[in-house]
Design a protein around this ligand. Structure first.
Ligand SMILES: C[S@@+](CC[C@H](N)C(=O)[O-])C[C@H]1O[C@@H](n2cnc3c(N)ncnc32)[C@H](O)[C@@H]1O
Length: 422
C-alpha cells in the first residue's frame, strides 16, 4: 500500500506539512477548545479531568511555506492550556484542567524530536509527569492507557486522536475496546478509505491487515462484487461506514472526508463517539471549515441512502460544506421533519425531542442542530409543528432550541406548503 510518510530526522530535518493536514489540525484545535468549554460550562465547577491520547503523534513540528508550524502534540498542549486560562478569567474561584497526555509513535527519532520540542517549550516541567512520550505501536499500548483512564476516575473523559497514514495500523477491535470500556471516550480516526478500496482484491482476502478490520473472505468477496456495479466506489464506502460503526460499537459518527488535492484521493476523518451531542459539535466544525471537507451524498437526513431506480452517480454528488448546501440542508430538513414524525407511531402520538430525532437520524447526514433548528423555526411559522419545552410549556417564538425541546405535529399537516425562499 503506498503511503506518504512524514519524517523527523536525527539531523533535525522537519517535514513539509500538506494543506489538508493543516485543516485537520484546525479541527483538532477547535474541537478540543469546544469540548473543554462545554464540559466546564458550570460556573461553580473548579476542575475538569481529561486524558488526551495522540496515538500517532509524529515529531511535533513542520514547515509550511517557509514557516514553522506545530504538529498535533503541541497543538493539543497549547489548546488545553489556553482554554484553561480563558475559563479561569471568568471564574471567581480557581479552575484547573487535570489533563494527562499520552504521545505515542513507533519511530524512535520522531519521539526524540518531540521530546526535544517539549523540553524547549513552556511544557518542559510536565514531561514524564502529565506528559508521557511512548515509543511503540499504538495497538500494543492501548490496553495500558485504557486502564490508566479507568483508574483516574469514573467519568473516563478521554479524546483519542488516531492519525494513521493509511487504514491498517489500528484494528477495529482496539477501537471497540476503547468505546466499550470507557464511559465518555471520543475517537478521531484518519482512515484512507480510497486506498483500502484500491487495495482490495481476492488474493488479499484473509490477510492480517484485512482481518484487523474484521473483513473476512466473504466480506471481501461481497465488496469486490460491488466493483461491477455503477457507483461502486460509493457503494463500497457506504458498506464500510456501516461496517466500521458496527464493529467499533460507536453509536454516533461523522462520515466526512478531507480533500487531499495532492494525492487526488479523499480520506475519512471519522469521529466516533457514544453521544449525539459530541457528534453534533464535530459536524458543526465541518461546516465552519467548509473548504476542506466533503461528503458523498445529499443534503438533509438519510443523506447516504440511495434510490436504486435512479441514476446512482447523480445521487452521490460531492457535497461541499458551503453556504448553498447549508440552505439546501435547511430546505431538505424542513421537508423531512414532519414526514419523519408522521411516519413514526410514537413520535406522531407523543411528539419527539430534538435529541431523539438526532439520535436516530443524524449519523449519515451533514445536518447539525443549528440547521435542524432553522428548519423547525420555519415549520413553526407555518404551523406545521408546535414546539414545547420538556416541561410542556409552549415555545411560540424562541429562536434557540434545546436538545430536550419537543416537536409535536398538529392534527392536520399540509406537508410541503412551505416556500423554500423567504
Ligand atoms: C501522519 S503522522 C502523524 C502526524 C501527527 N499526528 C500530526 O498531526 O502532527 C503518523 C505518525 O505515526 C507514526 N506511526 C506509524 N505507524 C504507527 C503505529 N502503528 N503506532 C504508532 N505510531 C505509528 C509514524 O512514525 C508517524 O510519525
Amino acid at each position: 500500500m503506498p503511503k506518504k510518510h512524514y519524517e523527523w530526522g536525527y539531523d533535525g530535518s522537519v517535514p513539509e506539512i500538506g494543506e489538508h493536514s493543516l485543516a485537520k489540525h484546525r479541527i483538532i484545535e477547535d474541537y478540543v477548545r469546544r469540548y473543554i468549554e462545554i464540559l466546564s460550562a458550570n460556573p461553580r465547577q473548579s476542575q475538569l479531568n481529561l486524558t488526551i491520547v495522540d496515538g500517532f503523534c509524529g515529531g511535533g513540528l513542520y514547515t509550511f511555506k517557509n514557516e514553522v508550524v506545530p504538529g498535533s502534540p503541541l497543538i493539543l498542549l497549547r489548546t488545553v492550556r489556553e482554554t484553561e486560562a480563558k475559563i479561569k478569567i471568568t471564574r471567581r474561584k480557581d479552575f484547573k484542567i487535570n489533563a494527562d497526555f499520552f504521545f505515542i509513535d513507533e519511530a524512535l527519532p520522531h519521539c526524540n524530536f518531540l521530546k526535544n520540542e517539549i523540553e524547549h517549550s513552556e511544557f518542559k516541567g510536565e514531561l514524564g509527569k502529565s506528559i508521557k512520550i511512548i515509543v511503540g505501536q499504538f495497538e500494543t499500548k492501548a490496553t495500558d492507557i485504557i486502564r490508566f483512564i479507568k483508574n483516574k476516575g469514573k467519568a473516563h473523559r478521554s479524546l483519542f486522536f488516531l492519525d494513521q497514514y493509511g487504514w491498517s495500523d489500528i484494528s477495529l477491535g482496539t477501537i471497540r475496546k476503547i468505546i466499550n470500556e470507557l464511559s465518555y471516550p471520543e475517537v478521531l480516526l484518519t482512515f484512507a478509505v480510497d486506498s483500502l478500496i484500491n487495495y482490495l482484491n481476492e488474493n488479499l482476502a484473509g490477510s492480517r491487515s484485512l482481518l484487523s478490520l474484521e473483513l473476512n473472505r466473504s466480506d471481501v468477496q461481497e465488496l469486490l462484487n460491488r466493483k461491477r456495479e455503477a457507483g461502486w466506489r460509493y457503494l463500497i464506502q457506504n458498506e464500510l461506514y456501516r461496517h466500521i460503526q458496527n464493529c467499533t460499537n460507536a453509536k454516533h459518527y461523522t462520515p466526512f472526508f478531507i480533500k487531499s488535492p495532492k494525492s487526488g484521493r479523499s480520506y475519512w476523518l471519522l469521529h466516533l463517539s457514544k453521544h449525539v451531542r459530541a457528534r453534533d459539535e464535530m459536524a458543526t466544525l465541518h461546516w465552519d471549515k467548509q473548504n476542506h471537507f466533503v461528503h458523498h451524498g445529499k443534503s438533509g437526513f438519510h443523506a447516504l441512502g440511495f434510490d436504486p431506480s435512479k441514476d446512482i452517480l447523480e445521487q452521490f454528488n460531492l457535497f461541499d460544506f458551503n453556504e448553498i448546501n447549508r440552505i439546501h440542508s435547511v430546505d431538505a430538513t424542513t421537508e423531512q421533519i414532519p414526514k419523519l414524525i408522521n411516519d413514526d407511531k410514537l413520535w406522531n402520538s407523543q411528539g419527539v425531542s430534538v435529541e431523539d430525532i438526532f439520535s436516530r437520524l443524524s449519523n449519515n447526514s451533514p445536518v447539525t442542530k443549528i440547521i435542524a433548528c432553522e428548519a423547525l423555526i420555519k415549520l413553526r411559522k407555518y404551523n406545521e409543528v408546535t414546539i414545547i419545552t420538556k416541561d410542556g410549556k409552549p415555545k411560540p417564538r424562541a429562536n434557540a432550541m434545546k436538545w430536550e425541546d419537543r416537536i409535536i405535529l398538529p392534527r392536520q399537516t399540509n406537508f410541503l406548503s412551505i416556500p423554500k425562499k423567504e
